[in-house]
Write a new protein. Structure first.
Length: 130
């Protein structure tokens, strides 16, 4: 009983951080690949995109969508622009420095399940998800 009361008090005082609005619509429907890079000419970013392009059917069958996040904005899965403010909120939420490369995978509950600071193969991504 004491544990239940403690949990209630703890989570009332320290609520879980809510994900940024830009990814909230994908909760329960998609897993997300968040590809962070200083800019779209970063060698790591280009290598990661090339790797992801190798298995579009595998990405689709796992309901994976790609967000590309840069210092000054980015690209959403539908190809529309991501504002600098939205990109900053994603970097803050996932604790990624503006100039760093990072790939972060989140599940359908928008919880992080995989992170790498260098490009990885689609096989590694699928292993983390499957």
């Amino acid at each position: 009983m004491i544990n239940i009361i403690f949990c209630f008090i703890f989570f009332s005082i320290y609520p879980a951080e809510t994900p940024p609005d830009v990814i909230s619509p994908f909760q329960h429907s998609n897993q997300l690949i968040l590809l962070f890079a200083g800019n779209n000419r970063s060698p790591d970013y280009e290598k990661a995109l090339l790797e992801l392009s190798k298995d579009p059917i595998g990405l689709d069958s796992r309901d994976l969508l790609l967000f590309e996040i840069f210092q000054t904005g980015g690209i959403q899965p539908d190809g529309s622009s991501l504002s600098e403010e939205e990109a900053e909120k994603l970097r803050d939420f996932f604790k990624v420095n503006k100039s760093e490369f990072s790939i972060v995978i989140v599940d359908k509950n928008l919880q992080e399940i995989f992170r790498a600071e260098q490009p990885v193969t689609v096989k590694e991504i699928f292993s983390a998800i499957d």
